[in-house]
Design a protein around this ligand. Structure first.
Ligand SMILES: NC(=O)C1=CN([C@@H]2O[C@H](COP(=O)(O)OP(=O)(O)OC[C@H]3O[C@@H](n4cnc5c(N)ncnc54)[C@H](O)[C@@H]3O)[C@@H](O)[C@H]2O)[C@@H](O)CC1
Ligand SMILES: Nc1ncnc2c1ncn2[C@@H]1O[C@H](COP(=O)(O)OP(=O)(O)O)[C@@H](O)[C@H]1O
Ligand SMILES: [K+]
Length: 532
């Protein structure tokens, strides 16, 4: 587990290290600059370096790195872009030290060519607005040049909070960051603009330990920050998150999952979900699907039970009794992949949600139906999703995980997709808080949140951008719910497992050729050596 900080959390760490532990700012900056120098020398072997410095402390790092490079006999010129009057105290001091060491500050229209490396120290985590004018021109000129670029802390122009480009941004080959990774280095497009990311220990301390091992945001007074910092899970975290297995387990106590999926012609979604569920340790899986799908599903997944969904769901009908029996049988349920959005699908989902008291994961068409008919999530207390004034805890009665992709999230929240893509963490958290649902907002970076704890998945790959990958995730999360994990734990563990299977599949098959069904096939590669 690694924390991913936003800029104010990182600043809180800087301040606490200076105030609480008495480590002077100049010491931290010298260590940061040493890290930049070492990375520059090791990765680029430059004889000449141009350092672009802004007027904040990022620029201070730049002046200090230039001085340290000169100490090693490397020619390091500085191009300063900013106003002297606005320079931070630390930046002024470093400029002074650079000049005293014989360093040369070039005019801001100096040529960028003729250097082996450009070090970008214009803006770091302090970027606060759109990059315009001379700054934008310089950044664009750097991006047009062939010279390799090392960015200090952030590629200038990328928001440390969101990974969004504010106007324009440096495209770096390597980014050197300090102590903790920042959200903007992991969220796209920032993640790509960083190039390779190296994190150096410069002695910045984590001020307040919390249950996630980290909390820098307390007391900030910003309601958007009344939660633990976002974290990401690593492969090594998986064993501790998985449900336990025991030598005397039997199929009845390893989790019985009901998958409600597959309208006519949509057997594939049910098959993908069922295969992934069985590969994730579920003791028994039953697929409740359109009767037409029986042969396809039972041929593709003979280990799963099949229940044809009843045509008549009216109260006291045989169909209703059959559904009730399956709902009583299962420990958890997954609904939505290939369900369809016709009148029957709506009534099936409505009856299911009203009568099932266990944990559920809702995906795909279940979410499309929910967006159109929010009242089907009992009790009827879903707030207006667009209004921020809704009270914070309006729990919806069922304990559900929802797994929307940005399009489905847009339908649920009535927000445009670009708003969701620009702030997935904020959107997912806010929707989770309003509804009480655990939200898995999928994408190249998937956000998992219960409104308080938030995990950002950084594993997986673009080979997973293929139809049916989401159905596989639904099956995995459903299986983990059926094995007794709480909704948030099932969601974050499922997302990690799914991504790791995707990475194993990509390693063998390549990102172009892998397909959704491979995710289930590669789950054993992830799970086979994990005992108990
Ligand atoms: N003790 C510390 O605080 C440490 C700070 N460090 C460095 O300090 C950086 C943060 O420094 P600062 O908080 O001074 O912030 P930055 O240096 O990242 O940027 C802030 C400066 O840029 C200006 N600015 C912001 N957006 C702008 C825009 N769009 N156009 C023009 N000007 C803009 C601000 O007015 C301010 O002058 C980190 O990223 C890191 O590089 C490191 O030295 C480690 C220790
Ligand atoms: N570029 C990517 N990097 C990592 N994971 C990805 C990427 N593209 C897609 N995924 C993952 O693949 C899954 C796709 O799900 P979804 O969009 O619901 O597809 P479908 O509806 O076709 O099943 C999600 O879990 C998503 O996080
Ligand atoms: K920078």
């Amino acid at each position: 587990m690694k924390v991913l900080l936003n800029s104010s959390e990182m600043k809180a760490c800087d301040v606490s290290t200076m105030m609480q532990y008495g480590i002077p700012s100049a010491v931290l900056m010298e260590r940061a600059a040493l890290a930049v120098r070492d990375a520059a020398v090791e990765h680029f072997h430059p004889e000449t370096v141009l350092v672009l410095c802004g007027s904040g402390n990022n620029g201070g790092d730049g002046f200090a790195a230039a001085r340290l490079l000169m100490d090693q006999g490397i020619r390091a010129d500085v191009l300063f872009l900013g106003t002297h009057a606005r320079m931070t105290e630390q930046c002024q001091l470093e400029e002074e030290l650079f000049r005293r060491s014989g360093g040369q500050v070039l005019p801001d229209d100096a040529r960028l060519s003729g250097y082996d490396l450009i070090i970008d120290a214009l803006f770091g985590i302090g970027l606060s607005r759109e990059v315009l004018g001379r700054y934008a021109d310089l950044i664009n000129a750097v991006n047009r040049s062939d010279t390799p670029v090392l960015s200090v802390d952030m590629p200038s122009g990328v928001s440390a909070d969101s990974g969004q480009v504010l106007g324009t941004a440096i495209r770096a080959d390597l980014t050197v960051t300090f102590q903790f990774e920042k959200l903007g280095q992991k969220l796209f497009p920032g993640a790509e603009l960083c190039g390779r990311l190296l994190t150096f220990d410069v002695g910045i301390r984590n001020p307040i330990p919390s249950h996630t091992g980290f909390s820098a945001a307390s007391g900030s007074g910003n309601p958007d920050q009344e939660h633990s910092p976002v974290y990401t899970l690593e492969e090594k975290d998986l064993p501790a998150l998985l449900p336990r297995r025991h030598a005397d387990d039997h199929k009845g106590n390893c989790g019985k999952l009901l998958i409600i999926s597959g309208n006519t012609g949509m057997a594939g979604a049910a098959i993908l979900a069922a295969r992934s569920a069985l590969r994730s340790g579920a003791g028994m899986v039953c697929v409740l699907s359109h009767p037409d799908n029986r042969l396809a599903i039972q041929t593709a997944v003979p280990e799963a039970l099949f229940a044809p969904w009843p045509a008549d769901l009216s109260p006291d009908s045989d169909g209703r009794k059959l559904l009730a029996r399956w709902l009583f049988w299962c420990d958890a349920a997954a609904a939505g992949p290939g369900l369809g959005t016709d009148a029957f699908s709506l009534s099936l989902l409505t009856v299911f949600l009203k009568n099932f008291k266990g944990h559920v994961v809702l995906d795909a068409d279940a979410l499309n139906l929910l967006a159109e008919h929010p009242e089907i999530l009992p009790p009827e207390r879903l707030p207006d999703p667009v209004s921020d004034s809704a009270p914070e805890t309006e729990f919806c009665g069922v304990s559900a995980v929802i797994t929307p992709h940005p399009g489905e999230m847009s339908r649920l929240t009535h927000s445009p997709i670009d708003v969701i893509l620009a702030g997935p963490i904020r959107v997912a958290r806010s929707y989770s808080r309003k509804t009480g649902l655990t939200v898995v907002l999928k994408g190249a970076r998937t956000v998992v949140t219960d409104g308080t704890d938030t995990m950002l998945n950084t594993l997986g790959n673009e080979g997973m951008a293929t139809a049916g990958s989401g159905d596989s995730l639904t099956g995995i999360i459903g299986a983990l719910l059926a094995q007794g994990l709480a909704p948030f734990d099932a969601a974050q563990t499922g997302v990690l497992l799914h991504a790791m299977a995707g990475d194993r599949a990509a390693a063998v098959l390549g990102t172009r050729s892998m397909k959704a069904g491979d995710l289930a096939d590669f789950l054993p590669e992830v799970l086979k050596d994990i005992r108990f």
